[in-house]
Ligand binder design. Structure first.
Ligand code: SF4
Length: 463
């Protein structure tokens, strides 16, 4: 069911050339991948990418609601476009993504200039919904939706590295997280559809793919056993083996994992498959078992350490990154320090940190023992200092090492340099060859001698 609210008068003057568009994306890789899909649909409909946001005939905000500041940012953008619409009534304003799903009709009341509010599950229905807008309707599309395979080809940011969604939504119930209520239940894509998309990418020159899912290790559990995997349940391990031999693809990555489903079997398969890169992003969120319980995460610090130790045992050079939330309701100083000591113990390559932000429709937002903004800021500063120190120490292992780099592009900040990443996902810069013709091209794998390290990136020279 898609709700059409009220016919708008200005739609009659629709241009044959559909006009220009601009997409602004907030939030995670899933949103970036959805924006690439919607960009592909708009191009198929005859829209062209605008030079800049304020010149576009159609603006689409693909929104995030993981934290309050992400939400506030969207409203400031919308205010500007609403003012524009007063002088340009043909301007189309679309709100997509998680905030659209969370706020729905409220958004239309708050910003009546908006033409279409659509949840993430409707991303590949953009053409249908936009045609309703062109027929003079204001449209709300936030109902639960089965996500069919895309028809249009995504318009991707990179020509070397591609995102490939394998599972949408999340069935977990972490008490701080808004994702299940805005992205819905888990929907895994079939292995055949995923393989076909990757073969297409390989055919047009992609070298690296990143498999995407909010809770990627749970891939396949919404399918019946033996439905696709003759030996049992469809899993991420099975999928990695199934897509591994696609010619042309040199590297395979996946994100975002959940410690609850990060099995020894998966680690063994990653170690066995040469194309699977030695970088694992496994959010831990807290170093305190009491806080993990209150978060509803479903594992203990001990379990988490066992996973990390097993990875380090069979892939010693791999990089392990994570996410951590500080100042969760009721978190004591001691429990916070447990998170700090876990970071020191594990020696993460990187930890994305955030202070707890109460979100609508999440249990923890209603709990009485919320911590003050001061405590949040202090703990965030403290954990970020430690993360940077730990990452820098961890990065020492690259000094004077030889690293295989997949060249992605010229460094936009210094075009005498090229950039790419190690298999462990470390951003690396290196000078182009003195003679341009001798310079490696994007998509090439090159060996780089690392001579300079920083907390979160490296510099080296072409051998
Ligand atoms: S696993 Fe938890 S934190 Fe991650 S998306 Fe699902 S509910 Fe949110």
């Amino acid at each position: 069911m898609t709700t059409t609210i009220a016919p708008t008068k200005q739609s009659k003057s629709f241009k044959s050339h559909r006009g220009s568009y601009w997409i602004t994306t907030f939030g995670c890789q899933m949103n970036k991948a959805d924006s690439e899909r919607m960009s592909g649909i708009l191009q198929t409909m005859g829209y062209e990418l605008a030079e800049e946001e304020l010149k576009a005939d159609l603006v689409l905000y693909n929104t995030c609601t993981i934290r309050d500041n992400a939400e506030q940012k969207v409203y400031s953008y919308l205010g500007r476009q609403a003012r524009r619409k007063k002088s340009d009534p043909n301007l189309k304003i679309i709100i997509a993504g998680c905030l659209a799903q969370q706020e729905g009709e409220t958004l239309l009341r708050r910003v009546p200039e908006v033409d279409l509010v659509m949840g993430p599950q409707h991303a590949n229905r953009l053409e249908t919904l936009l045609n309703q807008v062109d027929n003079g309707h204001q449209v709300l599309a936030t109902d639960e939706q089965y996500i069919y395979e895309d028809i249009a080809t995504a318009r991707r940011e990179s020509a070397i590295c591609g995102w490939v969604n394998i599972i949408y939504g999340c069935n977990e119930r972490c008490t701080y997280c808004v994702v299940p209520s805005v992205r819905g239940k888990e929907q895994s894509r079939t292995p055949q559809a995923i393989k076909h998309e990757i073969e297409e990418l390989a055919r047009i020159g992609y070298k690296e793919i990143t498999l995407l899912g909010q809770n990627i290790d749970a891939y396949g559990r919404d399918f019946k056993a033996y439905e696709f995997n003759k030996s049992g349940q469809l899993t991420l391990s099975y999928l990695l083996e199934y897509i591994h031999d696609i010619e042309g693809i040199e590297r395979i990555r996946f994100a975002t994992s959940h410690p609850r489903y990060f099995t020894k079997e998966l680690i063994d398969v990653c170690a066995k498959l040469p194309k699977v890169c030695e970088h694992f992003h496994i959010p831990v969120q807290s170093g305190s078992n009491k806080i993990l319980k209150n978060m509803g995460r479903g594992y203990t610090v001990q379990t988490y350490k066992e996973i990390v130790n097993y990875i380090k045992q069979i892939m010693p050079d791999s990089s392990i990154t994570s996410d951590a939330i500080v100042a969760f309701p009721g978190e004591t100083r001691d429990e916070f320090e447990e998170t700090l000591s876990l970071i020191e113990d594990v020696k993460f390559d990187l930890v994305n940190t955030a202070a707890y932000s109460p979100r609508p429709n999440t249990p923890a937002a209603l709990w009485p023992n919320q911590l003050s903004e001061k405590i949040k800021i202090d703990r965030l500063r403290e954990i970020n200092n430690l993360v940077e120190k730990t990452a820098k120490k961890r990065n020492l292992r690259y000094k004077d090492s030889l690293q295989e780099i997949l060249v992605e592009s010229i460094n936009s900040k210094d075009n005498s340099q090229l950039l790419g990443r190690t298999r462990t996902n470390r951003l690396t810069f290196f000078p182009k060859a003195s003679i341009d013709s001798k310079s490696p091209q994007p998509g090439e794998l090159v060996n780089i001698k690392i001579n300079e390290i920083r907390p979160f990136s490296l510099t080296g020279s072409l051998l």
